[in-house]
Design a protein around this ligand. Structure first.
Ligand code: 5GP
Ligand code: MN
Length: 336
């Protein structure tokens, strides 16, 4: 990371700041946005965190989550707030399409933009770009940003809690997309007073009864497995959404259960959200699901974790997914 004087001045002199992250915010989106907020506050900036859509309930215990503005709900207030801003942070996304109509509104506003992100192929939408697709998470990059600014002392237990949230969620608690530095970062955060057990509890032990019932339903009634393609799928219909009263975040992590099968290298979760059909693909090893999502479904993400939306029916989307499997059979067979 490089820190030109012009950037240092923006960070160290109070500005009117907006921090954004992507739609359907996950732990890394929320963690990076709130970590940046709590860091910048120490320089006296005026800050608003704005997301395009709501975030899962479990993250309500993160400090600062209570005054996040949601564009879908607080549209007028967001517009008013944004008209005062002169510094914009794009965290955990690298294309304006990932923040929907908020992106259309923000792109013409005057001010400087800083992108910190770990997805592949960034669009040229910021004045300062910290894009590292090999990083585990945007939160890892936030730690390195603060460290690079010479501000490690500003990583309070609150900033640490937010950073650790993104590292743990994006690595499935240190199971994938890891690298040596995240263990050092985690150790440093704990030494600085971050309560790691509280973070793990917030992420993994905040289920309600319905979440376990839903998981049981997915595994018993909604799972398909094609051993010849080393691929498994879980799907959910609109009716399932009603039966289980599925809310934002309730389906997070379900796709990972498929990867726990010894032979599976490609896992898919296809579900009929209220307005669109959403795909989540995960892979193990050298199978690039980013390419699959981009080529077949106009989506994207990372090599081993990507997503997309489909405007076809659930049935057609599942059929389309099945049809592409032969194209990857050879690669799948060859994987360790
Ligand atoms: P998930 O499957 O959990 O929604 O997303 C997995 C990864 O793919 C995340 O890093 C997410 O940002 C990215 N992703 C999900 N949906 C889309 C999409 O529609 N377009 C792009 N470009 N990336 C996506
Ligand atoms: Mn991320």
């Amino acid at each position: 990371m490089e820190f030109p004087t012009s950037l240092r001045q923006l960070i160290c002199v109070p500005q009117n700041v907006a921090i954004f992250s992507h739609r359907n915010p996950d732990g890394d989106a929320i963690g990076s946005a709130l970590a940046m907020r709590h860091y910048l506050e120490q320089y006296g900036h005026t800050i608003h965190v704005i997301f395009p859509s709501e975030f899962p309930k479990e993250f309500e215990s993160l400090p600062g989550s209570e005054d996040i503005l949601i564009w879908d709900i607080h549209t007028e207030e967001s517009k008013q707030v944004l008209s005062q801003k002169n510094l914009f942070f794009y965290l955990d996304f690298n294309a304006l399409g990932r923040i929907d109509r908020l992106g259309d509104f923000v792109k013409d506003l005057p001010g400087k933009r800083i992108m910190i992100d770990h997805h592949l192929y960034p669009d040229p939408i910021a004045d300062y770009v910290f894009s590292e697709p090999d990083a585990s998470s945007t939160c890892e990059l936030i730690y390195r940003f603060i460290e690079g600014m010479g501000d490690i002392i500003k990583i309070s237990p609150t900033v640490g809690k937010c950073i650790l949230t993104g590292i743990i969620t994006d690595t499935g608690s240190f199971r994938h997309a890891t690298n040596p530095s995240i263990y050092r970062i985690a150790a440093d955060l704990v030494e600085r007073g971050t309560d790691d057990t509280a973070v793990q509890d917030m992420i993994f032990n905040s289920n309600e009864e319905k979440n376990l019932r839903l998981l049981g339903h997915c595994l018993s009634n909604r799972m398909e497995y094609w051993p010849e393609y080393r691929t498994a799928l879980i799907w959910l219909s609109k009716k399932d959404y009603e039966t289980f009263n599925i809310q934002r975040g309730d389906t997070e992590g379900i796709v990972n259960y498929l990867l726990s099968m010894r032979s599976v290298r490609l896992a898919a979760f296809i579900h009929n959200q209220p307005t669109v059909v959403k795909l989540s693909l995960r892979s193990k090893g050298d199978l690039d699901v980013q390419e699959i999502c981009k080529k077949h479904f106009n989506g994207g993400g990372h090599k081993n974790a990507s997503g997309a939306f489909s405007h076809s029916s659930l049935k057609d989307t599942i059929e389309r997914f099945k049809k592409i499997l032969p194209e990857y059979k050879q690669v799948l067979e060859g994987l360790k």
